[in-house]
Write a protein that binds this ligand. Structure first.
Ligand code: ATP
Ligand code: ZN
Length: 292
């Protein structure tokens, strides 16, 4: 029997306020979940599913999911790896993409892992950093800092750092050079290993399917164009990812409208080739979601 007890809701951990918050909420809204204002409360009810969000610091997410306080969590792979959390990684999500890199003052010209031997390395990721050097048998001293790691060399607290990088701008601004990437990260959807009710498992499968459709859609564009009817065979060849685009006759003699879905990665090449093949009035539209 279904109960209305709040503990039966599927509870999802989301970063309360930070780089992942908005993108995670956008993803959840994009797959059809509706929430009250998530900025006002720590526990946010979903209005149309038996789901609630727990908004917490990202560092706490793997542990909450491991302990089963939350059933799912959206968190950086860097945090999951740092904590060596006992959770199931359901899938990577292509946002919050960054890397944990070793960096040192430019003038020191460090180039490889061995060059860090005997150095003091400041980081907020002591676990990943230590393990990186341990597996290579290199002795370093790791200094744990909770923030502003990039200024540690200038303050002479450390000789080098191990820090998250996306563009590298912060490193450069601090006179540091990125030497080695030691861990690639992106946001992951993680799941507790604690046993869950059948209802929760079903809901998780639905969420996964919807995320798949949402991600596929984000990587695709819907294109529409007009073309002379006799160019359809050529156009079909240009759109290899689709066995059969939609072709509709137009009132104008000999003209057709062609509709198709194109992967974003090939979009511009395809556009140019279509123009050459005689297509006109090419319109591209984003796709909200795609179900296989
Ligand atoms: P919290 O208050 O939740 O502990 P935080 O300061 O630890 O927040 P943010 O800076 O918001 O965390 O980063 C959250 C996550 O965003 C990181 O753990 C990482 O997975 C990802 N991320 C992507 N790019 C970067 C970047 N350039 N620097 C730091 N984190 C990044
Ligand atoms: Zn954090």
């Amino acid at each position: 029997m279904r109960t209305l007890d709040s503990t039966t809701s599927l509870r999802i951990a989301v970063q309360k306020s930070g780089r992942l918050t908005e993108k995670t909420i956008n993803l959840l809204e994009g797959i059809g979940f509706k929430f009250d204002d998530y900025k006002r409360s720590l526990l946010v009810k979903c209005l149309n599913f038996d789901v609630e969000l727990l908004l917490i610091r990202d560092d706490d997410i793997p542990e909450y999911v491991e302990d089963g306080v939350c059933d799912l969590g959206f968190v950086g792979a860097n945090v999951v790896e740092e904590d060596q959390a006992e959770v199931t990684i359901l899938r990577g999500l292509n946002y919050g993409v960054c890397r944990l890199s070793l960096a040192a003052p430019k003038e020191d010209r460090l180039r490889k892992a061995e060059d860090f031997a005997g150095k003091r390395i400041a980081t907020s990721y002591p676990g990943i950093t230590r393990r990186y050097f341990e597996t290579r048998g290199i002795d370093v001293s790791v200094i744990t800092l909770s923030g502003s790691v990039e200024i540690a060399p200038r303050l002479e607290i450390a000789d080098a750092i191990s820090d998250l990088v996306s563009t590298g701008g912060t490193l450069k601004a601090n006179g540091l050079e990125e030497v080695l990437n030691i861990f690639d990260s992106e946001t992951q959807l993680i799941k507790t290993k604690k046993p869950l009710s059948e209802g929760k498992e079903e809901l998780i499968n639905r969420i996964l399917q919807r995320i798949e459709g949402y991600q596929k859609a984000a990587k695709s564009r819907y294109i529409m164009m007009n073309a002379p009817g006799d160019s359809v065979p050529v156009i079909k060849k240009i759109l290899p990812s689709l066995k059969s685009p939609t072709v509709m006759p137009l009132a104008d003699n000999g003209m057709v409208a062609v509709h198709a879905v194109v992967p974003l990665s090939t979009f511009w090449d395809v556009m140019e080739q279509l123009k050459e093949a005689g297509a006109t009035g090419i319109v591209m539209l984003p796709i909200e979601s795609m179900i296989a």
